[in-house]
Design a protein around this ligand. Structure first.
Ligand SMILES: Nc1ncnc2c1ncn2[C@@H]1O[C@H](COP(=O)(O)OP(=O)(O)OP(=O)(O)O)[C@@H](O)[C@H]1O
Ligand SMILES: [Mg+2]
Length: 328
């Protein structure tokens, strides 16, 4: 790959299925060595984007360059350096874990003498060595995901596509898979991953593209995405007495921030600078001799950021998960 060339370069990519614009003029760039997250609700076009980048679907418009190779012409060269973990496993049920790895090794032209040592090392790395002789069909969902990733690494790719690597895993399995993924980045791999899990994208990704109905609505670091909503922070105070009679006075002190009464003792304050809000409230409580029982800031999650940026209310997002999703 030429020096300075990003791992993935996408410009105006479009995929149509009949009337449906599954991927709608997206452009982005994945730098070498980063974990890049594609985050979006069901049907937003994440898998379709991966399928185009790995040569399984033809774009209708636009350009893509992967590892310096122009698609679609350069796909077979690019494939030698990329690993793909599809959303549904592509391994053979009737083969053992080891045989699946060896099969992939042959498929990718791994030198004969390296096939077994590499396969065994991957089985160890992924905690599957003890089960290497067991058939894939007997594996748990989590073990299947792990082996599918192992198989995608057999030819030592420099770019790995992971389509929802942790979907369906329990918390512990997801955590260990995430640490494996982080470990791969440490080794210099570039990783393109899709997920619904906002916290996962937050934990793993250097940058995140948020996809809504086939369009990228925002590309940013997890920290920036969170900061965007932090400006609309939420602080909650519970007082030791009824503050209803003091509501007007409180409101006048808050300036830009807005207060909402949850019950006679509790208010929520939206917006404004959280530090200033705290100062104001403490002063208010001293002046009025009314104690504060509890105070908390509610930190926005990446989910809040996602909903705000995408301009979708939670209701709309869940509606997109119902049949007919993504149509417009
Ligand atoms: N082969 C196909 N034929 C027709 N429509 C398709 C095909 N593949 C995908 N679509 C449609 O394209 C849209 C995007 O689908 P895609 O699978 O890329 O979404 P996704 O973001 O991966 O969703 P999920 O989070 O559910 O995996 C959806 O509306 C889907 O129904
Ligand atoms: Mg998908």
């Amino acid at each position: 790959m030429p020096g300075g060339e990003p791992a993935i370069l996408v410009d105006g990519l479009v995929k149509r299925y009949g009337e449906l614009l599954a991927v709608d003029h997206i452009s982005f760039q994945v730098n070498r060595g980063e974990i890049y997250g594609f985050l979006g609700p069901n049907g937003s076009g994440k898998t379709t984007t991966i399928r185009m980048l790995v040569g399984l679907a033809q774009p209708d418009e636009g350009h893509a360059r992967v590892l310096g190779y122009h698609l679609p012409a350069g796909i077979s060269q690019a494939k030698r350096y990329m690993g793909v973990v599809p959303d549904v496993s592509n391994l053979y049920d009737e083969l053992s874990a080891l045989d699946n790895l060896l099969f992939m090794a042959r498929l990718y032209g791994v030198p004969r003498e390296e096939q077994k040592p590499r396969a065994e090392q991957l089985l160890r790395d992924f905690g599957l060595y003890e089960r290497r002789k067991d058939r894939f069909s007997t594996f748990s969902w989590g073990m299947k995901r792990a082996l599918t990733i192992a198989c995608a690494l057999i030819h030592e790719p420099s770019l790995l596509f992971l389509d929802e690597p942790t979907t369906g895993l329990d918390a512990a399995a997801a955590r260990s898979l995430r640490s494996l993924i982080s470990g791969l980045r440490e080794k210099g791999l570039t990783i393109f991953l899709t997920t619904h899990y906002l916290e996962e994208a937050d934990l793993l990704c250097d940058r995140i593209a948020i996809l809504v109905r086939g369009r990228i609505v925002r590309i940013d670091t997890p920290a920036h995405l969170k900061r965007l909503v932090q400006m609309e922070s939420l602080v909650e105070f519970t007082f030791r007495g009824d503050i209803l009679p003091l509501a007007k006075e409180l409101e006048s002190r808050l300036g830009e921030a807005k207060a909402a009464l949850i019950d006679p003792n509790t208010i929520r304050i939206y917006g404004g600078d959280p530090a200033e809000v705290f100062d104001t409230i403490f002063q208010f409580s001293l002046d009025n001799a009314i104690g504060i029982e509890a105070a908390s800031t509610i930190r926005p999650s990446l989910e809040d950021a996602f909903l705000k940026i995408a301009g979708l209310s939670p209701r709309v997002t869940s509606a997109e998960k119902s049949p007919g999703k993504g149509r417009r």
